[in-house]
Ligand binder design. Structure first.
Ligand code: AMP
Ligand code: MG
Length: 494
């Protein structure tokens, strides 16, 4: 085998332009780095040579043990509200930024390693990550990507050869993560909380250059930037809701400026539709429950807005008024995205003058409290257009309300007069057959962790790569969990 070293064409704007926003830092040496999963498609997108990466040298780089030429590894500073309480100093406590590369489309992408060892931000933690959660982040991120939801992605999962102590000994691992950036609401909070107004401005200008370059140079750029982040998050959360995703730990340090989903910890997809669904073992109050996510997003965005107030206007009252106006638009922007998505899910044509909120809400009200499998419901709905209601109504404990709603829906379809096959195809293109079902994720992680069997997770990744395309022989991935599964609990901490 001809061997050439993995090469990265780094262009490290964060290191170059934001001195004082990070600590230069290196990953730990580890005994035996080994690549378990390598995302070849993403590697190609990043102009990386897959064969060169899939090597001992590649494993050393992706574990943080060796830095490739051109890398300027660093730990980023950030703060954050965790479950509503402010922590002024969080930061990369178990991660480093390796650098930035331009992908094939010229987009700037961060290469980041999670689990690479202690940093000055580690506080009491060991700086390490363990295999199960690393694989979990890999799988859920790839599922989100294939579902069309903006997300950070895994480039690789690498085992380190170390034993890491959690409640029990676990195999150590590192997740190599790719993101549009790692700028978080909490990054702004870190400098705002220290009263470093110039640094907040510098950070905002950097974020604008990176994510909203069309705003650069405008006098009202900071307000427009706030508006842009609000718009991205409103769109993102609406997408989460439509695939049944529960992030689980929507702290402000886990909310990006880019609008990508980040930090898959205790997240999960709902099986049955339930606004109160909570999976995280530490979310006792249900702050981050499925149905609470839009409200929490707005709350987090208010924390971002606070950091920007000094940049918005010389007069503080005027600045606060401007920020408040933007924030108050969130529910409307979110609702518009949500409604457009919901209408598509039920096969209605897109419309500008949308007055269907009541009609659509009646559907969700009919599903509430019925233990209806959310994913199956929308996949079976097309059949009910032709009058075949039983497969759908069988999903309900009590189908009275849905039986009332369906005739109204058929009436709407009749008004639109869309070709039924075309409508069915359009519905199937937005309603997944395959989501990362909790029981299938657990099964795959258990096989990998306890038997070093990567078969189930590899198959699961294959299935999730084409979530809208029903394929023969994959029935076990398309259904709800067996009756003896659950209640499902997820845990923090990679
Ligand atoms: P997360 O819950 O993943 O969003 O992390 C919240 C904060 O805790 C971040 O500052 C992390 O860097 C830090 N953290 C989490 N786990 C560890 C660990 N094992 N060692 C050091 N810091 C950690
Ligand atoms: Mg985090």
């Amino acid at each position: 085998m001809t061997h050439h070293a993995p090469r990265f064409t780094f262009d490290n704007s964060y290191a170059r332009e934001l001195d004082g926003f990070y600590v230069p830092w290196e990953g730990d040496k580890v005994p035996e780095p080994r690549i378990l999963l390598l995302n070849a498609e993403l590697a190609q997108e990043l102009n990386l040579d897959v064969d060169a990466l899939d090597s001992d040298e590649g494993a050393a780089i992706l574990s943080g043990a060796a830095a490739p030429e051109g890398a300027e590894t660093l730990a980023q500073a950030y703060a954050g509200h965790q479950f509503g309480g402010f922590s002024p100093q969080l930061g990369d406590g178990r991660a480093i930024l390796l650098g930035e590369v331009l992908d094939r489309q010229g987009r700037r992408r961060d290469l980041h390693l999670k689990g690479s060892g202690r940093t000055p931000f580690s506080r009491g933690g060991d700086g390490k990550a363990v295999l199960g959660p690393v694989l979990r982040e890999f799988v859920i991120g790839e599922a989100m990507q294939a579902l069309g939801v903006p997300t950070t992605r895994a480039l690789a999962a690498v085992t380190t050869g170390e034993t890491i102590w959690r409640e029990t000994p676990k195999p150590g691992a590192v997740l190599a993560r790719v993101a549009a950036s790692h700028l978080r609401v909490g990054t702004f909070q870190f400098f705002a909380a220290r009263g470093e107004r110039d640094r907040v401005r510098q950070l905002a200008d950097y974020a604008i250059a990176r994510h909203d370059p069309e705003l650069a140079g405008r006098d009202d750029r900071y307000l427009a930037f706030l508006r842009a982040v609000i718009a991205r998050q409103a769109a993102l959360i609406a997408q989460w809701m439509h695939v049944g995703f529960v992030h689980g730990v929507m702290n402000t340090d886990n909310m990006t400026i880019s609008g990508e989903t980040i930090d898959y910890g205790p997240c999960a997809f709902i099986d049955s539709f339930d606004a109160k669904a909570v999976f995280s073992s530490i979310d006792h109050g249900g702050r981050y429950a499925y149905g609470n996510q839009p409200v929490i997003a707005q709350w987090n965005l208010a924390r971002l807005a606070e950091t920007l107030v000094p940049l918005l206007h010389d007069n503080q009252d005027a600045a606060i008024r401007l920020a408040t106006e933007e924030l108050e638009n969130f529910p409307e922007i979110y609702s518009a995205h949500w409604l457009a998505g919901a209408r598509a899910k039920i096969g209605l044509l897109p419309r500008e003058d949308d007055d269907d909120l009541g009609f659509v809400n009646a559907l969700y009200a009919a599903m509430a409290g019925q233990n209806v499998d959310f994913t199956l419901f929308f996949r079976r709905l097309p059949q009910a257009a032709e009058g075949d209601e039983t497969p759908l109504t069988d999903l309900f404990d009590d189908a009275t309300a849905i039986r009332e709603w369906l005739p109204h829906w058929r009436e709407r379809l009749a008004q639109e007069g869309r070709d039924p096959d075309e409508r069915k195809a359009a519905m199937e293109a937005v309603n997944p057959v395959y989501i990362p079902r909790n029981h299938k994720v657990e099964e795959a992680l258990t096989a990998a962790e306890t038997d070093a069997d990567m078969g189930p997770i590899t198959r699961l990744l294959e299935v999730l790569r084409a979530p809208y395309e029903e394929r023969e022989g994959l029935e076990e991935y398309a259904g709800p969990p067996p009756a003896d599964f659950g209640p499902y609990k997820t845990f923090c901490g990679t």
